[in-house]
Design a protein around this ligand. Structure first.
Ligand code: NAD
Length: 429
């Protein structure tokens, strides 16, 4: 088995194609990226020295519309990873039925080693390097791991400087003041929460409060944990890159986050008055968190964390993938044998791109929606997509990931048919 993330990603497509045949030409076009760009980004560091960072942008497939996908700043970024993430975006947008293809970008960098000004120079430099490759009707970036709304703000400013006009629809996840949407910040975690709520009874979890463990306490993991706890579920463990905390009684995600921000360390806390009180908790490793006996395990950090080495030890009843690609194909097989359903990333974390789509629509219309309208429309889309995938599971009697791919393939196939295929031309010759 190769270590390529892309090969693992396309193996998921192969599996779906066995259940649901699409036009051979459409299948062929889904096997390779449409275009990929590699750039060198020189950055003047604060001490006067120059460093050159490698950046990438991949437009995987635009059959359903302009390509869409985030920008990742991480030391592990490679063209293989960016291509795989762009591949997943293609299917993610199709699963939720928004008019986008899939794209992704990234820079190989450890942003924790850079000052804020160095990150700004890197962000502007990267945007300048990819500016001719992207466009509001061609390819629209957004935030991903270790990038945020502030970085999107610098990037929209840089792009607008290059084009000599303000172009808010070039990028989503922007600060509200620069054309961002209400409800974008928590959209991925919120979308995942809506998916869990819509699916839990049909996945055998019943309607009672659930115990939940969340790996990764960043943007996505935090908001999911916050909403789940607010809805009455018990978030018993959360983690970041340094390790995990566990409390049988359940954690208060909001207080944990406040303490993490203040003390730079994840601790279980409850706020009494305005002061957060540290409460008793156990420290676990990230590996131990994955193996906890909980109702729902939520990987919300990086790829391949559930793999052939630990899949057998997973005791959760259901996995909800908020990270992209957290489960390897070997692990998928092991989990299927154990009867643990995996709600796949391309469905569970599609809330982010859905609200990004709302942001782009608002930018193009110049008319902005209330937060409640964003939540209502997001819920409508996530509920519908979840029920479609669950219905396909009943129909095809296969795993949820394959069903999500089938749902996406149906939409992609329709677009290919509408543009004309060999069969279409042969019939008219
Ligand atoms: P983030 O940078 O805000 O948070 C990442 C979190 O993961 C941090 O808390 C970090 O400490 C933690 N982490 C890093 N390495 C870890 C490790 N080895 N073990 C445990 N935790 C670790 O990123 P994010 O935006 O929350 O993205 C998280 C995941 O969700 C990624 O896979 C991303 O591709 C995916 N995703 C994000 C969005 C979005 O809108 N931000 C949308 C869809 C998917």
């Amino acid at each position: 088995m190769s270590n390529s993330i892309f090969e693992a990603a396309t193996a998921q497509l192969d599996k779906a194609l066995k259940h649901y045949q699409i036009d051979a030409e459409a299948a062929l076009r889904l096997r390779t990226p449409k275009s990929a760009l590699q750039v060198s980004v020189p950055v003047r560091m604060d001490d006067g020295s120059l460093r050159v960072f490698q950046g990438y942008r991949v437009r995987y497939n635009d059959l359903l519309g302009p390509t869409k996908g985030g920008i990742r700043f991480h030391p592990g970024v490679t063209i293989d990873e960016v291509t795989s993430l762009a591949f997943w975006m293609t299917f993610k947008c199709a699963v939720v039925g928004i008019p986008y293809g899939g794209g992704k970008g990234g820079v190989t960098v450890n942003p924790k080693e850079l000052s804020l000004l160095e990150i700004e120079r890197l962000s502007r430099g990267y945007m300048s390097a990819i500016a001719d490759f992207i466009g509001p009707s061609r390819d629209i970036p957004a935030p991903d791991v270790y990038t945020n709304s502030m970085i999107m703000g610098w990037m929209v400013d840089e792009y607008s400087n290059i084009k000599r006009e303000f172009v808010p629809s070039i990028i989503t996840g922007k600060p509200i003041a620069l054309g961002g949407s209400q409800g974008r910040e928590d959209a991925t975690g919120r979308g995942g929460f809506y998916v869990l709520e819509a699916a839990k009874e049909r996945l055998g979890l019943g309607s009672k409060p659930l115990t939940i463990a969340v790996q990764g306490f960043g943007n996505v993991g935090y908001f999911f944990a916050y909403l789940a706890a607010k809805a009455g579920h018990k978030v018993v463990a959360v983690s970041d890159s340094k390790g995990a905390i566990y409390s049988k009684e359940g954690l208060d995600p909001e207080s944990c986050r406040r303490v993490k921000q203040e003390q730079k360390e994840l601790k279980a806390a409850y706020c009494t008055g305005s002061v957060c009180e540290i409460v008793e908790h156990d420290k676990l490793t990230n590996e131990e968190l994955l193996e906890l006996e909980v109702d729902v395990l939520v990987p919300a950090a990086l790829e391949n964390v559930i793999n052939k080495d630990n899949a057998d030890k997973i005791k959760a009843k259901v996995i909800v993938e908020l990270a992209n690609g957290p489960t390897t194909p070997e692990a998928d097989e092991i989990l299927a044998k154990k009867g643990i359903p995996v709600v796949p990333d391309i469905l569970a974390n599609a809330g982010g791109v859905t609200v990004s789509y709302f942001e782009w629509v608002q930018n193009r219309n110049g008319y902005y929606w209330r937060e409640s309208k964003v939540h209502e429309r997001l819920k409508e889309i996530m509920d519908r997509a979840t029920l479609e995938v669950l219905d396909l599971r009943d129909q095809y009697e296969t795993d949820l990931r394959t069903c999500a791919y089938i749902s996406a393939l149906k939409r992609i196939d329709q677009a290919v048919q509408a543009k004309g295929t060999l069969r279409y031309f042969a019939a008219r010759r």
